[in-house]
Design a protein around this ligand. Structure first.
Ligand SMILES: [Zn+2]
Length: 64
């Protein structure tokens, strides 16, 4: 994912690691940018699944 603030690209796991001190670690729906510390709302799983489904359906190199 991309940080909307600084544009740094990082993985959700990295963002979670940066949020280790958070008291609501398990319920936290924010991912912290390891570069600037900005907390980014995690991409909803539903949206992600939808996008994966869409990619599979259309294939990587197909048009239309
Ligand atoms: Zn950032």
């Amino acid at each position: 994912m991309n940080c909307p603030l600084c544009g740094n690209q990082f993985r959700e796991e990295e963002g979670e690691a940066a949020c280790q001190g958070c008291p609501m670690l398990k319920g936290c729906h924010l991912v912290k940018c390891p570069n600037c510390g900005y907390e980014v709302p995690r991409e909803p799983g539903l949206l992600k699944n939808l996008r994966d489904w869409w990619r599979q359906r259309n294939g990587p190199g197909r048009k239309g």
